[in-house]
Design a protein around this ligand. Structure first.
Ligand SMILES: Nc1ncnc2c1ncn2[C@@H]1O[C@H](COP(=O)(O)OP(=O)(O)OP(=O)(O)O)[C@@H](O)[C@H]1O
Length: 224
């Protein structure tokens, strides 16, 4: 179960010359990995590519070889990839379904779609809410959450799917440094317990590099 991109290039549809170029990225051991990059360097494009958004939700031209958890990039629809790969993006409102009335229902949404037993769904909700310190929010309507609370709930939703690859695209942007440090420590533990690869995309890795097995920098679509 690994991420392996070999000389992979990707040009988003509609891009005027910009592309991800000759990306070589290998993550095979469970744990945290970090990729830093400035505005427009390609973090979101690479994160979405790894999450399985290509081609349906990320159209473009892909050249080279890419495998995510032994699946060739672009060969499975996003809904199937989501059973093993979860992407958390910067804006929590992109993730909240808008059709649930409580945080508990929101966290249950993904596991319910996996047709799990009620007992397992409840176990996953409890575990994810504990992990993200969201128990106090359990009965709150998702629309009433603050930015930081929504970001933690979105993380709970992702963890309730028990992904084998978790991708965080500037997912700590609304959290305090203390909350970020605490979550990072828990994510490290989660990676080892669940044999999960976690890739963090951040503008700066200054506060997270210490937890990462390996780090890279993205500059104008090139990874080094
Ligand atoms: N569909 C598209 N059409 C045109 N240009 C695109 C498209 N998708 C991405 N790009 C361009 O690709 C480059 C990388 O964008 P991306 O969103 O991946 O960067 P980023 O590192 O996440 O930036 P930020 O930190 O500002 O969010 C940008 O120049 C962007 O304008």
């Amino acid at each position: 179960m690994a991420v392996a991109l070999n000389a992979l290039s990707f040009t988003p549809q509609g891009s005027r010359g910009w592309r991800l170029q000759n990306i070589n990225l290998h993550c095979s051991t469970p744990g945290l990995y970090g990729i830093s990059g400035g505005n427009g360097s390609g973090k979101t494009t690479l994160a979405q590519l790894l999450a399985g958004c290509f081609p349906d939700f990320l159209p473009g031209t892909l050249v080279g070889e890419g495998r995510v958890l032994d699946t060739v990039l672009g060969s499975l629809p996003l809904v199937e990839m989501a059973q093993q790969v979860q992407l958390i993006q910067q804006a929590p409102q992109l993730h909240l379904s808008g059709c649930t009335f409580s945080v508990e229902e929101e966290v249950a949404f993904g596991p319910e779609n996996l047709c799990l037993s009620e007992a397992e769904i409840m176990e996953r909700i409890d575990e994810a809410l504990t992990f993200t310190d969201c128990h106090a929010l359990r009965l709150r309507h998702p629309a009433t959450l603050s930015g930081g609370e929504a970001q933690r709930v979105v993380m709970a939703c992702a963890l309730a799917m028990r992904p084998k690859l978790l991708i965080l695209d500037e997912a700590f942007s609304r959290l305090t440094p203390q909350a970020t440090a605490e979550l990072l420590q828990r994510l490290t533990d989660y990676a080892h317990q669940q044999q999960c690869i976690i890739i963090l995309f951040e503008r700066s890795l200054a506060h997270v590099a210490v937890e990462c097995r390996q780090t890279w920098m993205l500059t104008e679509g090139t990874l080094c």
